[in-house]
Write a protein that binds this ligand. Structure first.
Ligand SMILES: Nc1nc2c(ncn2[C@@H]2O[C@H](COP(=O)(O)OP(=O)(O)OP(=O)(O)O)[C@@H](O)[C@H]2O)c(=O)[nH]1
Length: 773
């Protein structure tokens, strides 16, 4: 029994796990046409074919749309790979570790992120199996760049996988595996599908290897058998060393009790028209694989075979007489888990007398073995007699088989949507979901980084500008400090040394022990005078030291104020100033004592009160005269007295005068010596510009010594400003990079969401609503 059934419009939106219904509506430009196959019209082959074609159209459109989304996602991933190399993407932190490990077990697709890290991730999980650290700890312990390179690898893998999926959805071949109990009539069923006796049929179990029947056009339209040896190389039609060629007639010899070959490829000419043929139906090129009958030994082999990626559909042939054997039940249960749905052919139905009872019993069993198959039993469980098909005598049986064929073709197409398009859709959604999560996380991270760097810049930029200004101000300040200190020291020295020199003869500085030790007196006086001057210089130097300390301290204060910890002060020892080249006046001064230093002829008038000679003259002449005016007076008196009197008086007068003068001069020695020596020293010092030279020497030492901390301070400022400048530049660069990254991840998020939305809209079992892609 099998019946055509209708697809009502309300059924067109099926839940994803529903397997029923092949109708639907498709918008093709302005034209919308609905597909419905009504029960009463089930015999109408045109309508059936049309329904089938529309179904194929949906499939094709979905396939193309999915292919486009794959290409776009690949492009997005590649761009992300490039961006990731410039701006290492941040990885999300761990949240729900347990939930993830379950998820990981259920998926065998390549993933970019390990389950323990970032549960939201499906594909872009990083595989981290190093050492004792948990992957999450490991991710956090890794350099950003190592995560980036791991991610880079994962993106690469993902791109590769997407390419494979694209190839797979573009592959138009589909394989139908026909399996079932021993002798159930599998080979007969395959031959019926081909409308040609190709595979050997026998009362005895005979098929011992997998026989794949393909359209001869795939073998340059040559009908032949390619037998693939056990343990041979991978089959390649273009490489004749990978198989042995036999004719179709020889098939029986190879297939029955074979221990040389593991599989045969049978290329046959399809005798039917394209819209009738299962092997080539315009959309999918179907290969039929006749599997050896199941026994407890072969279940595993067949189950493994059925799991193969290229097997789109499993057709299970069961004998109506035997129902399901133990091995059949075992296989169906396993296959139902793997492929979700299987197509069940209950063969040899002609041998059953109570057909209704048989149907009921078998459907009950199906319900137990695969509830989902049972749910859609009208489409998926067919009761036929395969042996009647090729002869084509029994019209009713032929019709039943014809309906089975139509169902099978729709099933293959639908299964292809599931087996080829659905994994691609599923994987795309996972990758895009991962990209979305990564983009979201990175938007947060990069936005936070941007905000942080902007904050920092708003603090350090004005600080930097302030430092630059402060440097100029401090530099000026230092100059002023040095100049003022030097001016001060120079002024002080000049004043102090001048005053000392001016007053060195103000009072007798050594004791006078009489005329006999006059020379020693002179020497001691000179020595004392030089010492006095020397002492005043020393005082100036000490003053300069203290002033320098003051200058240094004010520079230190500037350094600490502006540079804080960055300013390292150097120890200063003021006693080292003027220590290398000591000033020794006694060595510089040339002044020698001579006889004239003892007598001061010029100073008699000015120093009247202290002149003994003057006292004598006053007493003698009753007049108040100086020595010179006294001699002048004498001269005048002699001219008044007339030459003769003068001539008479001159000798005694001169004698008196001489005696008085000599006495006076000798008495004046203690005063004359300091005066004369002071005069001489002053003269010499003046000649050598002693006061200025010394003041300048002292000042220069100050300037030199102050120069060191000044340079230190300038250097520290320079370093500090350069450092700040570099930080500002780095932060500015980071700011720009962050801006680019924020923008990039924003775009990535938008793109990932757009793609995801588009992919989600694709209804793989209905009209492709995402065809705008
Ligand atoms: N009455 C009847 N006999 C059938 C039908 N289909 C197949 N047979 C017969 O059942 C026997 C076994 O058929 P095969 O097609 O060789 O069975 P098989 O499942 O391929 O056998 P193995 O591959 O060896 O397990 C043959 O003699 C067929 O003629 C059917 O629908 N009705």
């Amino acid at each position: 029994m099998s019946s055509r059934y209708a697809q009502t419009p309300s059924q067109q939106q099926r839940p994803a796990n529903s397997d029923s219904g092949y109708g639907g509506s498709v918008e093709d430009g302005d034209r919308e046409f609905s597909v419905s196959v009504l029960p009463g019209q089930s015999s109408d082959p045109e309508r059936r074919q049309w329904a089938s074609h529309v179904h194929q159209l949906y499939f094709n459109q979905n396939r193309v749309a999915l292919g486009r989304w794959i290409s776009r996602t690949v492009e997005t991933l590649k761009n992300f790979q490039t961006a990731n190399s410039k701006w290492p993407a941040t990885y999300p932190a761990v949240q729900r570790a347990e939930a993830l490990s379950e998820e990981a077990e259920t998926s065998e697709q390549p993933r970019l992120v390990t389950p323990q890290i970032a549960q939201e991730f499906n594909v872009l999980k990083l595989d981290l199996k190093l050492g004792a650290l948990s992957p999450s700890e490991l991710v956090h312990s890794l350099e950003k760049s190592s995560i980036a390179s791991l991610l880079d690898g994962k993106i690469g893998q993902s791109v590769k996988h997407l390419m494979l999926l694209r190839d797979r959805i573009e592959d138009t071949s589909s394989k139908v595996l026909v399996t079932g109990d021993l002798n159930a009539g599998k080979s007969t069923f395959c031959n019926a599908l081909l409308r040609k006796k190709v595979l050997p049929e026998d009362q005895q179990p005979c098929t011992s290897i997998f026989c794949e029947v393909l359209d001869a056009r795939e073998n340059s339209s040559v009908e032949e058998v390619h037998a693939i040896p056990i343990n041979g190389a991978l089959y390649n039609r273009h490489d004749s060393s990978t198989y042995h060629v036999y004719s179709l007639d020889q098939l029986e010899e190879i297939v029955v009790e074979n221990d040389v070959y593991c599989q045969v490829k049978i290329y046959v000419e399809d005798v039917r028209a394209i819209d009738e043929s299962l092997l080539r139906n315009g959309v999918v090129d179907i290969a039929i694989i006749d599997a050896p009958g199941l026994n407890l030994d072969s279940i595993k082999t067949t189950a493994v075979f059925a799991r193969q990626e290229e097997i789109d559909v499993v057709v299970f042939v069961v004998s109506a007489e035997n129902h399901f054997t133990l091995s059949a039940k075992e296989f169906i249960q396993a296959a139902a888990n793997e492929k979700a749905y299987i197509f069940i052919v209950v063969n040899r139905f002609d041998n059953i007398r109570d057909k209704a009872r048989c149907q009921r019993l078998i459907l009950e069993q199906v319900a137990q073995l695969s509830p989902r198959t049972h749910q859609d039993a009208k489409e998926l469980v067919h009761f036929v007699s395969s042996n009647a098909v090729i002869e084509g005598k029994d019209g009713a049986k032929l019709k039943e088989f014809d309906e089975l064929e139509q169902s099978l073709r729709r099933f293959v197409l639908e299964k292809r949507a599931r087996s080829k398009l659905a994994p691609a859709k599923h994987y795309l959604l996972n990758v895009l979901g991962d990209l979305e999560t990564l983009a979201e996380v990175n938007i947060n991270v990069t936005s936070a980084e941007l905000e942080k760097v902007r904050d920092e810049l708003s603090t350090i930029t004005p600080e930097f500008q302030k430092s630059v200004q402060a440097r100029t101000a401090v530099s000026d300040n230092v100059e002023v400090t040095i100049d003022e200190t030097c001016d001060n020291v120079y002024g002080f020295s000049r004043k102090n040394i001048s005053a000392t020199i001016a007053h060195i003869d103000d009072k007798a500085i050594v004791e006078y022990d009489g005329v006999l030790s006059a020379f020693a007196y002179a020497e001691k006086t000179k020595e004392a005078m030089l010492q006095k001057i020397q002492k005043s210089v020393t005082i100036c130097e000490e003053y300069a030291r203290n002033q320098t300390v003051g200058g240094i301290n004010s520079m230190k204060a500037l350094g600490i104020m502006h540079l804080g910890d960055e300013y390292v002060e150097k120890a200063f020892r003021k006693e080292l100033m003027f220590s290398r080249k000591r000033h020794q006046l006694s060595k510089t001064i040339q002044t020698e004592i001579n006889i004239f230093d003892f007598f001061d002829f010029d100073k008699q008038e000015k120093v009247a009160g202290m002149s003994m000679g003057l006292t004598v003259a006053t007493m003698a002449g009753g007049q108040l005269f100086g020595v010179s005016s006294w001699i002048d007076g004498l001269w005048k008196a002699t001219s008044m007295l007339g030459p003769r009197t003068t001539r008479k008086l001159i000798v005694p007068a001169l004698l008196v005068a001489g005696a008085a003068g000599a006495w006076f001069l000798i008495a004046d020695i203690p005063n004359a010596v300091p005066r004369k020596l002071a005069k001489k020293i002053r003269k010499e010092l003046e000649a050598m510009d002693y006061i200025h030279a010394n003041s300048e020497r002292i000042m220069k030492e100050c300037r030199k010594v102050l120069g060191f901390p000044a340079e230190e301070l300038r250097g520290a400022f320079q370093r500090s400003i350069e450092k700040q400048g570099r930080t500002v530049e780095e932060k500015k660069k980071l700011e720009k990079e962050s801006e680019v990254a924020v923008k990039y991840f924003g775009n990535l998020l938008r793109e990932a969401r757009e793609h995801k939305g588009g992919v989600m809209k694709l209804d793989l079992e209905g009209p492709p609503s995402g065809t705008t892609a």
